[in-house]
Design a protein around this ligand. Structure first.
Ligand SMILES: Nc1ncnc2c1ncn2[C@@H]1O[C@H](COP(=O)(O)OP(=O)(O)OP(=O)(O)O)[C@@H](O)[C@H]1O
Length: 270
């Protein structure tokens, strides 16, 4: 059995009378791709928000078994520390690049925590310290490396907001990678990609998990992506986990078919 990187235990998230996540438990293996799927409104993005410090769960525990730091309970950390200290980084369903900045600038800004530390939090540091200049050069080099790896190097000096939607989604992934995540949470990364870009995304995700040892959690409606890349799939509906397993197991699970098709459609399809 692969080792577990993230353990979600009995997680519940309520908004007033609405229970968006309902007593959900889930184990995410290291060096692997775990897809979270389910119908619209099932609670997938809310789960990501609870894992990455954007929401404080009503109940439950989210424990990251960090290879260097030991157990980190993510629900106790604000979002910037989830990324900086725990190495859990996410992208969003709606693109959140700075549209007027260049692609390279977007990737360097994402590394502000490192740069701030190198400046020793002072203006004198920003202007004078060799350590800051070195950190800045490293940030640019790291950004350039990931842009090249994602086939985006030639766009480094373009304004991010002027680029096609599918390209912006890849820039978001490159930006997340600049922070050296150990767990990368991607919210609908294939949305708006054409078939060629989607195939490239599949290859990239497999490379990150297999060669770089970055665990990936993936919310995705495009089943061709989910079924091709996932090692493990968890299906949620109304905030509860209704099935879990390999792509093969999930495809044939009657509860999953029912959740997606609805009872009447399922009878018609039979
Ligand atoms: N901040 C919030 N306040 C109130 N209700 C919320 C909030 N965030 C999410 N919800 C509700 O929680 C439920 C789950 O929403 P969520 O966005 O997590 O679903 P999802 O599975 O990601 O859906 P989709 O596939 O459509 O993106 C929905 O009923 C949604 O309206």
């Amino acid at each position: 059995m692969p080792e577990t990187l993230l353990e979600v235990s009995r997680l519940t998230m309520r908004f007033g009378g609405l229970t968006a996540i309902d007593d959900l438990s889930l184990a995410v293996p290291a060096n692997s791709i775990t897809a979270i799927i389910g119908p619209n409104g099932a609670g997938k993005t809310t789960l990501f928000n609870c894992l990455t410090g954007f929401y404080k769960p009503t109940e439950g525990d989210v424990c990251l078994h960090h290879p260097q730091q030991g157990d980190v309970h993510l629900q106790t950390l604000p979002s910037h520390l989830v990324a900086r200290d725990a190495g859990v980084v996410r992208t969003f369903q709606n693109i959140r690049l700075f549209p007027k900045m260049t692609v390279l600038e977007n990737l360097v800004v994402a590394q502000h925590n490192r740069l701030q530390a190198a400046s020793r939090f002072s203006l004198a540091g920003l202007f004078g310290l060799p350590g800051y200049r070195r950190a800045e050069a490293e940030a640019v080099a790291r950004a350039a490396t990931w842009l090249d790896r994602l086939g985006l190097g030639h766009l480094a000096d373009h304004a991010a907001g002027a680029l096609p939607y599918g390209t912006q989604r890849r820039i978001e992934i490159a930006r997340a990678l600049c922070v050296d995540p150990i767990l990368l949470c991607l919210d609908e990364p294939a949305a708006g990609l054409n078939p060629r870009e989607s195939a490239e995304l599949n290859a990239l995700l497999l490379h990150l998990a297999r060669e770089r040892g970055i665990a990936i959690m993936l919310i995705e409606h495009d089943m061709s992506v989910v079924m091709r890349v996932s090692d493990h799939i968890a299906v949620i509906n109304y905030g509860r986990k209704i099935a879990e397993g390999t792509p093969q197991q999930i495809q044939n699970d009657p509860l999953v078919i029912k959740a997606y098709l609805g009872e009447d459609d399922e009878q018609e399809a039979a």
